[in-house]
Design a protein around this ligand. Structure first.
Ligand SMILES: Cc1cc2nc3c(=O)[nH]c(=O)nc-3n(C[C@H](O)[C@H](O)[C@H](O)COP(=O)(O)OP(=O)(O)OC[C@H]3O[C@@H](n4cnc5c(N)ncnc54)[C@H](O)[C@@H]3O)c2cc1C
Length: 421
């Protein structure tokens, strides 16, 4: 059996440590924060639950992930199962159900007519392969839907002109309905309740902090322990004064050189590692008008937020008393003064309660970042260092994908010979 150091007590590190423990290995988790969770951490403000990042809900298409997750949690006792109800709040106050292209009946007649004619034109004369994300939306949905929603919404999320975002990594991440499918979905009134991710699980109390706390339960986690200066010693790794056979790194790939300062193998990669790009998020806890939505997408260029996550609707316990709370997201660092000015422009009358800036929330991925991580893994794994998680692998992982990656790594570690060079 091996001694593992796991760097980071987010979903990836906690899941991985739990899996290793189950196989009989020893695992010590080092977390620089004072609590577990990473991106899924929550706080309490005036008695309301506050997702400091996003508004994490859980589901998975991968049965193995579901099986593992429900082996750790009590579905009936601790979770609510909720239907996803997302809408798009268009400029001018029109609210259209998600996915927008399936609800053409909810548009004014003129816009509806343009959308249908543009879709028919795409059907008659299929456009050439898109070279950018902007072109993809235009080619797939036509000018009106693109101008009303896809481009302004995504420009806000990405904080850049999406005509400059290459397509090479996006294939499996984008909605790809054909014209025939869009028309059939409209005629058949297909809404998101019939789609795969139409429902989700959410903790009755404590939001995603409950997930982190439960996953951390029974593990050896050292909090307030920023792992740095990890050095080799007789074929092992010294982490915070202790020796380990292997290290699972779930922190940020950009910090690898600080974590492993003596590793010559990292040197040639440093320029490419420092060129990795990402976005941060300001999450604002607000009181908002009562509503029955789960997510409200906001393409309007009149303000800078792109999404309201109606966390107060996920579990009524998230609200203190008879109010409705939500998290409002901005893809940039904001001051309280700027936020308060922006809230005046946002629908559903948001009233400020608190805000939090998280610098690393969305890895910006492209073909070169994937190749870089692959090469890094090839170089580090023979030395007993494994990259796992959203920012260690620079992957656009949701919690279930992070757990899935841990399950895959667990299998690989099991299959590997214990001896290494
Ligand atoms: C806005 C937003 C909304 C999201 N919504 C959802 C959702 O609804 N559902 C869903 O499934 N997923 C969602 N996700 C994705 C989800 O947050 C991630 O998949 C998941 O949290 C990744 O976990 P992780 O452990 O890989 O990384 P992290 O959560 O980043 O964990 C890394 C941990 O390592 C620690 N660390 C880093 N460096 C060191 C060091 N040197 N020493 C010690 N500790 C260190 C950090 O403090 C952190 O705790 C969302 C993400 C965002 C940004």
């Amino acid at each position: 059996m091996m001694r593992y150091a796991v760097i980071g007590a987010g979903v990836s590190g906690l899941s991985m440590a739990g899996m290793l423990l189950k196989k009989g290995h020893e695992a010590v988790v080092y977390e620089k924060d004072s609590r577990p969770g990473g991106l899924i951490k929550c706080a309490e403000v005036q008695g309301h639950l506050y997702h400091l990042v996003g508004g994490h809900v859980f589901n998975s298409r991968r049965q193995e992930v579901l099986d593992w997750f429900w082996s750790r949690f009590d579905k009936e006792r601790d979770f609510v199962s909720a239907r996803r109800r997302a809408v798009i709040s268009l400029e001018g106050g029109n609210v259209v159900d998600y996915p927008i292209e399936n609800h053409l009946d909810q548009f004014p007649e003129e816009a509806r007519s343009s959308i249908v004619h543009e879709l028919l034109e795409i059907y008659r004369n299929p456009p050439s392969e898109p070279r950018s994300l902007g072109e993809f939306f235009l080619n797939r949905f036509g000018k009106t839907l693109n101008d009303l929603y896809f481009t302004p919404y995504n420009n806000k999320v990405w904080r850049q002109d999406i005509n400059g975002i290459a397509m090479d990594w996006l294939e499996d991440k984008l909605p790809m309905p054909t014209v025939a499918e869009i028309l059939l979905n409209n005629i058949g009134r297909i809404n998101e309740s019939t789609m795969v991710h139409s429902s989700f699980f959410y903790a009755k109390r404590g939001g995603s902090q409950f997930l982190a706390d439960t996953l951390a339960h029974g593990l050896k986690v050292v909090y307030g322990a920023q792992a740095a200066g990890i050095c080799p010693e007789n074929g092992k790794w010294r982490v915070q004064g202790e020796l380990f056979d292997r290290v699972i790194f779930t922190g940020n790939a950009r910090q690898l050189a600080d974590c492993f300062p003596g590793m010559d193998e990292l040197q040639p990669f440093l320029p490419r590692i420092s060129a990795l790009r990402s976005h941060g998020t300001t999450s604002v806890l607000c009181r908002i008008d009562p509503n029955d939505y789960s997510w409200i997408y906001m393409p309007s260029p009149a303000h800078r937020s792109h999404r309201i996550i109606c966390t107060g609707n996920f579990s009524r316990n998230n609200n203190n008393g008879d109010v409705t709370t939500a998290t409002i997201e901005f893809s940039e660092k904001m001051t309280e003064e700027e936020i308060r000015a922006q809230l005046e422009l946002i629908p559903f009358s948001p009233a400020y309660l608190a805000h939090h800036w998280e610098e690393y929330t969305y890895p910006v991925q492209d073909a070169s970042s994937r190749a870089l991580i692959r090469e890094l893994k090839n170089r580090l794994e023979p030395r007993g260092i494994y990259l796992l998680g959203r920012f260690a692998e620079w992957e656009y992982y949701n919690m279930d994908a992070a757990i899935g990656a841990a399950l895959d790594l667990d299998k690989r570690l099991e299959a590997e010979q214990p001896s290494r060079g």
